[in-house]
Design a binder for this molecule. Structure first.
Ligand code: IPE
Ligand code: IPE
Ligand code: MG
Length: 236
């Protein structure tokens, strides 16, 4: 179990769940096996985050650019989302987890949209943690949509999430791949080499412990800063 005090746990944790395909390829297995294992890991990580006291957990499951992948892989992923939504529903309700899917819905199969609407309605009363899962999501598109909906107050748009405190990407790549661009303006970034199926609760604890040791300044001076008046006078 975690020893991280609840106060140092990020309120909003976002995870780019990357490396499923490589996890499988390294084992000489088809990529879909990596996605299936990734879904299992996602279930464990969700439960762990709820225990830790994370308030908002955002998972990147399928980007709008992932439509470029081979038809069979895309088809497998969409099926996996439908079946996962159904199989996890009772657990989410039991643990007080509210589920919201964000991203475009107009290109998803209607059976998946039905499963999403059903799961969101059934978990709507959950107050322990809000789980946001990105499917057919693009950060750039979300920003454009937010400004179209509310040009003066884009933060009030449903296309945007709360600010991200900690953004973790598994799988060794160090890029955002169009995830939560607006919301991550002051996010602390963390990258781990492990492929997503290999991410464990204790690895996540380590990432959170490292996050807890950082000083976030949001443009201000740091806690250890000396007063400006103590600096030697300079003439401009
Ligand atoms: C992330 O794993 C899951 C999705 C994008 C759906 P990948 O499928 O990108 O795995 P790698 O990066 O090819 O190993
Ligand atoms: C980002 O991973 C999308 C998800 C994890 C769902 P990708 O594997 O699609 O990103 P790139 O192509 O390596 O940038
Ligand atoms: Mg990838």
């Amino acid at each position: 179990m975690s020893k991280t005090p609840a106060t140092r746990v990020p309120q909003h944790l976002a995870i780019i769940m990357d490396g499923n395909g490589r996890w499988a390829s390294r084992r000489g297995r088809p990529r879909w096996m990596g996605h299936a294992r990734g879904a299992r890991t996602a279930r464990e990580i969700v439960a762990h985050c709820a225990r830790l006291g994370v308030k908002d957990l955002s998972l990147y499951a399928f980007s709008s650019d992932n439509w470029k992948r081979p038809r069979e892989e895309v088809g497998f992923l969409l099926e996996l989302f439908s079946s996962h939504l159904e199989s996890q529903l009772a657990d989410l309700i039991t643990h007080g987890i509210r589920l919201s899917i964000f991203g475009r819905r107009d290109r998803l199969p209607s059976a998946l949209v039905d499963a999403i609407v059903h799961a969101e309605a059934r978990t709507a009363a959950g107050t322990r943690m809000h789980l946001h899962v990105a499917i057919d999501y693009s950060g750039r598109a979300a920003i454009a949509q937010a400004f179209a909906e509310a040009p003066d107050l884009p933060d009030a748009s449903t296309a945007l999430l709360p600010p991200v405190d900690l953004l973790l990407r598994t799988g060794g790549e160090r890029r955002l791949s169009d995830f939560l661009l607006w919301e991550s303006a002051y996010a602390e970034l963390a990258f781990v080499e492990a492929f997503f199926p290999d991410l464990t609760p204790s690895m996540l604890n380590e990432v959170i412990a490292d996050y807890a040791s950082r000083e976030r300044r949001f443009g201000d001076v740091g806690a250890a800063a000396t007063p400006a008046s103590a600096a030697p006078a300079t003439r401009v």
